[in-house]
Design a protein around this ligand. Structure first.
Ligand SMILES: Nc1ncnc2c1ncn2[C@@H]1O[C@H](COP(=O)(O)OP(=O)(O)O)[C@@H](O)[C@H]1O
Ligand SMILES: [Mg+2]
Length: 387
């Protein structure tokens, strides 16, 4: 069976004639004598073509043509017009008719016109399908492209981060190597200086001025020794003991050491800890050092008062915690350097605090990052894998 054709004409003769001719050519033909019935049939079934009379009572052909083209864009329309109506043909074509046939027509002419329009329709519909397919493929490619770009960007960022971490680890390792040797070499003569100064002290009891010099020597030697011990701590793990603990307990112990200083500087301590974090396997003193280094930096920055916030949280893989202050913040140009050993902006700073924090968190397979805006404060974020 070939395409379905609907004939809409108020003349019964035309309906019968076209039906006969077109059926004999193998088309499936339906006829109705008014446009309203025609719409109904078109809505129920898909027709390739409508033969539509221009001169009809009630709903005229032009109006019906426009409606059919609008509601059923895949159905093409050939108009019948009477002789003497040629000037409306232009208007009909503009309104979307595929062709027009002047009545009376010859059978051969009717069939030929229909065949032409159906061929054209096939091509146009196929073309539309191809365009739609092309559009769809282009969109798909665009989505893939965007995904790819995103993945490349993510990977690049990941690599950069990994690279920075390796650099940092190498720095710490090199420093550890050097400092271990250096500290050993320096501490021996230091020890001698201290001992001799102590001998002097014993002899200088009569001369208070000289006695005080000797005492100053001893105190300074102790200060140097303290720095050397800290230097060792930045790069080398001292003996440690892992046990199950709640990080909140470590936080509280560490906070207790700073409560006097916070009070004196009008710093409010804010705890954002639900108190139900999972236990982790860690060395208490080591983790305590992380917090005391972060707290002492934060408190240093808030000499005019402020807020010290400790946040403990978790996701399904990691224990997350952060230390936040409302101090002066870290200038952007320093953000990449604060974890470097020896980096300090303080007159008497050592620049060891954050490198110790980094080393310890790394020991637990974790991550540290910093968020800071000048004048608004600083947050250090830590994550340690659970298990
Ligand atoms: N909470 C903070 N707010 C602003 N700057 C900070 C903070 N913590 C660290 N810094 C900056 O990082 C530097 C390095 O810190 P750290 O390693 O602890 O060494 P130190 O405290 O001896 O300077 C500090 O000198 C300071 O410039
Ligand atoms: Mg510090």
């Amino acid at each position: 069976m070939r395409d379905k054709i609907l004939v809409i004409d108020d003349e019964r003769m035309i309906l019968e004639l076209t039906s006969l001719v077109l059926s004999s050519k193998g088309f499936e033909v339906t006829t109705v004598n008014n446009a309203t019935d025609g719409y109904q049939l078109l809505a129920q079934d898909s027709y390739a073509l409508v033969l539509l009379d221009y001169m009809m009572p009630v709903i005229n052909g032009l109006q019906a043509l426009k409606e059919i083209r609008q509601r059923f864009p895949k159905t093409y329309v050939i108009m019948f017009t009477g002789k003497g109506n040629e000037e409306v043909a232009v208007e009909l074509m503009k309104a979307g008719a595929a062709d027009y046939i002047l009545k009376p027509f010859s059978n051969a002419n009717l069939v030929e016109r229909i065949e032409n329009v159906l061929r054209l329709r096939d091509m146009e519909l196929r073309n539309q399908e191809l365009m739609a397919e092309r559009e769809r493929l282009l969109k798909e490619i665009e989505v893939w492209n965007r995904e790819l770009e995103q993945r490349v960007a993510d990977k690049t960022l990941e690599l950069e981060r990994a690279h920075l971490e390796i650099l940092q680890a190498e720095k710490l390792a090199a420093l550890g190597h050097m400092s271990a040797g250096m500290v050993h070499e320096i501490r021996n003569p230091l020890n001698s200086i201290s001992l001799f100064a102590q001998v002097l002290c014993a002899d200088l009891g009569e001369d208070p001025e000289k006695f005080s010099y000797a005492e100053k020597i001893i105190a300074e030697v102790e200060r140097i020794d303290g720095i050397l011990v800290k230097l060792l701590a930045t790069s080398k793990r001292s003996s440690y003991q892992l046990r199950s603990l709640h990080i909140e307990d470590v936080v509280e112990q560490s906070l207790a050491n700073f409560s006097g200083q916070c009070q004196a500087q009008s710093i409010e301590i804010v705890r954002k800890m639900a108190g139900n974090s999972p236990e982790i396997l860690a060395d208490e003193d080591e983790l305590g050092q992380v917090f005391s280094n972060l707290f002492s930096n934060a408190i240093w920055e808030m000499s005019e008062g402020g807020q010290l916030t400790v946040n403990v949280d978790q996701n399904d893989r990691e224990l997350l915690f952060s230390v936040e202050d409302t101090g002066g913040g870290i200038p952007e140009e320093n953000l990449g350097r604060v974890f470097d050993p020896f980096f300090t902006t303080k007159e008497n700073g050592t620049g060891f605090g954050l490198s110790v924090v980094l080393r310890i968190i790394k020991n637990y397979g974790g991550r540290v990052s910093v968020d800071s805006r000048t004048g608004q404060g600083t947050t250090f974020h830590m994550a340690i894998p659970l298990v």
